[in-house]
Every structure is written in structure tokens, then in C-alpha cells.
Design a binder for this molecule. Structure first.
Ligand SMILES: [Zn+2]
Length: 610
């Protein structure tokens, strides 16, 4: 499960608020946690000292002495844990890894993202930004059948249709940088959908192809039957539990006998089941101050209710109970940012749900630390032990007794460097205030005309004008430019020519022009007196997008498509066509091209709100 357009949202938010640069980087000096209760990834040391040097754990024990000049943190009443690992996320840009880190999630295991974005994040991780964002391992592009789950998000991905292609397919993913292979084996029926999926033979062949290259094969399933077949086909791990049917009593033993691990992702399953756990998390006073407007909206969002969809959350809990009894390694994963989940915060919910499903708090903590480190071969982390990375989470209280104590964060360190949570919190507070501020009617907006391009300039009658907007800031290669040209619509003088090339490398590729109705780019403007937006257009017969952005919509693009021909034609869209939007806080109007990739040239004229 993935959500589309998140990268664009992140981009737009980062336009609004310039990025904060990390503060508080300690250099080289030793760091000591004294009098801490330590959960080392497996067991509890009731009172210990932990010495960190050069980003690594140097010593752990009751007798460890603080060296001269060390920074000493008195951790009395607190618990020190290895940085948490979320074993199922989707990463559409670096910003979500910043959110993860602030919540103590120092490593994310992505289960499907664009390999172009992965490339650019790897560069961030290697550079200055690295201290500010969670570390990442990724499946890159997933393996699915033509038209299968994973193809519905607009990212043009290669697909697999026969066992014979499996090795070449897997090798291509490895060449792109996939750390492990994520495979979709799900026909969607349990969710009331219908997708083609890989045959059992092809599934077996992909798993074998991954193993031939010493890569883990992690299989997304959507049903009990799918889970059984995936482990029988040799899956190393299952990317979800299921909510379609209570498993027969032998399910846990079956998984155990095949030595597979399971990432139950109870967080997303409770969301699919309509249990509202995300909203509860968003309201938690330990969580709320650190949520971005986007994260807040993600948590409050619900999956659409589909006829015929299974929603038997008890099935997932029973699966977890059986898996635990059978000794199957379980890994904590959220599937963020699906509706009802968000990066970082949701892992704390997952820990709580794992405990409710029968794990002890210490087992749940191991599921987010040492167990994923073991299963994914991340030998340098997941434990507080000499030589391991000093990715650390310090919390108030004792999460080995009350799992919700993981939310009472006293500090987060990545490679021994303090994460500046206070600045992040202040920044998010500002962003949330900005997003909820009631927008004013911009001066000059009353007649509704935006631009007729008659003065030969790309100017606008109100707002902050037009700008080029492309996916380039998200690592995309799409290009656009615009200029005023002669021979506008209805025999007028000027029109705006927007031209460029859409690159297919991103799931949310876009290139075009964006009009900002507010006084500064992305400031919301109250256009609720207007009922529709219209413009004239002519082009080349390919399809184009018109998209609206608003803070009340979490900046998720509200999109409509149109297909202009070679003659000028007027296009009119009711605002309500955009997901029922009412125009009260419009921050941007985009007109331009999306996928498919390729060159485009679009002329627009007489843009107005009526
Ligand atoms: Zn997923």
C-alpha cells in the first residue's frame, strides 16, 4: 500500500518554509549516559552507564567511568533504547525521514519508492543533511504483475509477467540500488479491489532470483491464503499480516517451519479496518506538537470504505498471537504514509498494538530494534553494545513496563549527534499555524480575472504571480519554461506558452506553471466567493492537468485533466469538482503536464475565477 503525490506535498511545504539547518552537532567528544535503565535491544539492564565515542557505543555497564571532558547526561528515571527501526514505510522525499528521526526512528526500511528519489536521498545521507534524517534501506521499485498492486500510483514501473524474466528483473532492481526485493502477491480481493497478480510460479521464481543474489525476498500479501502461499514459496518475510480471515490453528507453525519473519503492520491494518488509531495518535499530547501539518492530516485520514472489503482486525491479532507462540521473528512496521499513518509517530502506535496483540513490551521493543537489524543484516545497529552505531532514543519512564512510554521522548541521537527536537517542534508549530490561518480575500481578486497576457508579460491581476513548477527539487528531471507569445484566444494579442519535457523518473512527475493567488507564494487566499475556474487552451492533443493546492487539503493536489486540441478552446471546472473543494484557502493553481513522460507545449489564455 502506498500513497501518491506525497513528494509533491513535501515539495510544496518546503517552498513555504525554508529548511531548518541542524544545530547542536557535537564533534568527536565523548558522550555519557549515567544511571540509565538500558534496554539493549534484547534485555534490560536496570542501571548502567553508556559511553559513546565517535558516533559509536564504546562501553556499556554498571562500572563504566565517564572520561575527562565528556558530556554527561544523567538518565535517572529514564530508559535508553537503541534507535527504532520502522520495517515498512514508503519514502517519497527526505522530509519524512526528518520527521521519523525526531520521533526516535533512526532507520527506515522502505518497501517501495522511486529509485530516482532513493538516489537523491542517498546523497543527502552521505552529506551534511545526513545528521538530520533517519537512515534508509530500500526495496526501490517493487515487483508486481502488469496492472498489479503498485502500478496504480502513476509511477511508471516495469512489471513482471513470467518466471523466465525473474532473474533479469531482479538483477535490474539490484543495479538500481534495491537493498532487498519487495514482491506483491495480492489480488486485492480482501480489500474489495481486483488486481492482476503474479502467478505462484512467477512468485517462486522471483524469490529464487533474489536468493541467487543473496537478497531478501519480502512479500506483500493481502489475505491469509496469500500469506500461506508466500511462505510456502520461500518468502524470507511477509510485509503484512491480514484481516480477511481468522487463521487456522497451524498458521504460526507453518510460518515458523519455513523460517520466515513477519512485519504485521498492525497500524495500517487497524486503519484499513476503520478503527481510528491514527486520529488517537494525532491527539496524543506527547505526539501532537511534533507533527507537521501533513503528518497530522495523514493520521486523520481514513481509507475509503469499499464494498466487500474485509475488516476483521481480530484476524491480524490472532495471527500475531500464533506467530509469537511459534517463535516467528516479528518486526515493527507501519506502512506510513498510508491513510491513518505517518512517518515516525506511527511506529509508537505499532509498538502499542503489538503489545495489545500479546507481545510483552520488551518483545515489542525488540521488534523495532534488534530483530529487524538481525533479519535485514544491519549488523551495526539495533543493539546498545560496544561497536554499534550510537543511534539512541532516551525516554522518560520505563517502556519495558508501559510501552506508551516510548512517546515520552527525552532525546534522540543519530551516530552520537543530538537531534534538535526543540527547533523542529517550533518549526512544525509555525507550519501548523500557517496552514490553519484563515485566508483573506486578496486585493484585486474580486473581478476574478487572473491573467489575459495582453500586456506581453506573464503578470497577474492579483496574488504573487506565475512561477515555473517542476519536480526537479524532488530529484526529478522534468523541465518547463513559459513566455508570453502572440495570437491569444478569441483573437486577443497575447497568450502564455508553457513548454518543456516531463521526465518519467518520479511517481509524481510534473512540469508547468503555477499561479499563487495569495500575497506570497503558497500563502492561502480566500476565493470562496468563486465557484469555478476557467481558461482557454490549445496544444498538441496530449492530456494536461489542472491542480489546486490548499492547506486545508494538506496540500494534496486536487487534480482534473483536460485535453486541448490545436484550436483555442475554453475549459471550465467547478471548484467543487476538485474533491468538493470550496476555495476558502487556495494556495496554488497549477496548469501543465504530468505523466506520461515526453515533450509538451501548451498555450493558455484568459485564466479567471468566476
Ligand atoms: Zn506498503
Amino acid at each position: 500500500m502506498t500513497t501518491r503525490y506525497v513528494g509533491l506535498v513535501v515539495l510544496l511545504l518546503s517552498l513555504m518554509c525554508p529548511r531548518h539547518v541542524a544545530g547542536g552537532a557535537e564533534t568527536g567528544g565523548a558522550l555519557v549516559f549515567r544511571n540509565a535503565r538500558v534496554f539493549d535491544g534484547a534485555r534490560v539492564l536496570p542501571r548502567a552507564t553508556v559511553l559513546v565515542r565517535d558516533g559509536r557505543i564504546a562501553a556499556v555497564g554498571p562500572e563504566v567511568q565517564a572520561p575527562e571532558g565528556a558530556r554527561v547526561i544523567d538518565a535517572r528515571g529514564k530508559t535508553l533504547l537503541p534507535g527504532l527501526i520502522d520495517s515498512h514505510t514508503h519514502v517519497f522525499g527526505p522530509e519524512v525521514l526528518r520527521a521519523a528521526l525526531v520521533f526516535g526512528v533512526t532507520t527506515e526500511l522502505d518497501m517501495f519508492m522511486s529509485d530516482a528519489v532513493l538516489d537523491s536521498i542517498r546523497k543527502d545521507l552521505a552529506g551534511e543533511k545526513g545528521a538530520d534524517i533517519a537512515d534508509l534501506r530500500s526495496a526501490g521499485t517493487l515487483v508486481t504483475a502488469p496492472g498489479g498492486h503498485g502500478t496504480e500510483y502513476g509511477l511508471p514501473i516495469p512489471t513482471l509477467s513470467s518466471p523466465e524474466q525473474a532473474q533479469a528483473f531482479v538483477d535490474a532492481r539490484i543495479a538500481e540500488g534495491s537493498d532487498y526485493i519487495k514482491i506483491v502477491y495480492d489480488d486485492g480481493k480482501a480489500l474489495g479491489l481486483s488486481f492482476p497478480t503474479l502467478s505462484r510460479e512467477t512468485l517462486k521464481a522471483v524469490i529464487a532470483a533474489a536468493h541467487a543474489r543473496k537478497k531478501l525476498a519480502v512479500v506483500h500479501i493481502g489475505s491469509l491464503q496469500g500469506a500461506r502461499e508466500a511462505v510456502e514459496a520461500g518468502a524470507d518475510g511477509l510485509a503484512h499480516a491480514f484481516i480477511d480471515r481468522i487463521p487456522e490453528a497451524d498458521f504460526g507453525r507453518l510460518v515458523a517451519s519455513h523460517h520466515a519473519f513477519v512485519v504485521p503492520t498492525l497500524t495500517v491494518l487497524e486503519s484499513v479496518s476503520g478503527r481510528g488509531g491514527g486520529a488517537a495518535l494525532a491527539a496524543d499530547p506527547a505526539i501532537a506538537p511534533f507533527l507537521s501539518p501533513g503528518g497530522q492530516a495523514d493520521l486523520n485520514r481514513a481509507f475509503p470504505k469499499l464494498a466487500g472489503a474485509a475488516a476483521n482486525y481480530a484476524a491480524a491479532e490472532e495471527a500475531v498471537r500464533q506467530l509469537r507462540a511459534a517463535g516467528v521473528p516479528m518486526l515493527a512496521g507501519t506502512d506510513a504514509p498510508n491513510p491513518g499513518t505517518t512517518h515516525g509517530a506511527s511506529l509508537h502506535r505499532e509498538l502499542e498494538l503489538l503489545v495489545k496483540a500479546g507481545l510483552t513490551p520488551a518483545e515489542a521493543l525488540a521488534a523495532a530494534t534488534s530483530v529487524p537489524a538481525q533479519q535485514f543484516g544491519l549488523e551495526d545497529r539495533g543493539m546498545i553494545a560496544p561497536g554499534k552505531r550510537a543511534d539512541l532514543l532516551l525516554v522518560n519512564g520505563d517502556p519495558t513496563a508501559d510501552i506508551t512510554a516510548t512517546r515520552k521522548i527525552a532525546g534522540v541521537w543519530k551516530l552520537g549527534v543530538t537531534v534538535d527536537r526543540d527547533s523542529y517542534r517550533a518549526e512544525m508549530e509555525k507550519q501548523r499555524a500557517e496552514a490553519s490561518r484563515s485566508a483573506g480575500v486578496p486585493p484585486g481578486a474580486k473581478p476574478g480575472l487572473v491573467s489575459d497576457f495582453e500586456d506581453g508579460k506573464p503578470s497577474a491581476r492579483f496574488g504573487a504571480g506565475w512561477q515555473v513548477s517542476t519536480d526537479s527539487l524532488q530529484g526529478g528531471q522534468s523541465k518547463a519554461s513559459f513566455k508570453v507569445v502572440e495570437n491569444g484566444a478569441q483573437k486577443s494579442k497575447g497568450a502564455l506558452l508553457i513548454e518543456g519535457e516531463v521526465d518519467g523518473g518520479l511517481p509524481y512527475a510534473w512540469a508547468g506553471a503555477i499561479f499563487f493567488p495569495g500575497e506570497v507564494p503558497m500563502a492561502p487566499a480566500d476565493l470562496s466567493s468563486k465557484k469555478q475556474v476557467s481558461f482557454w487552451a490549445k496544444a498538441d492533443g496530449r492530456s494536461y492537468n489542472v491542480m489546486l493546492f490548499a492547506p486545508s487539503q494538506n496540500f494534496a493536489p486536487l487534480a482534473q485533466t483536460f485535453v486541448p486540441g490545436t484550436e483555442w478552446k475554453q475549459f471550465t471546472f467547478k471548484l467543487s469538482q476538485f474533491n468538493g473543494y470550496d476555495g476558502h484557502d487556495l494556495a496554488g493553481l497549477f496548469i501543465g503536464a504530468g505523466l506520461p513522460a515526453g515533450k509538451f507545449a501548451l498555450q493558455i489564455d484568459d485564466v479567471s475565477f468566476q
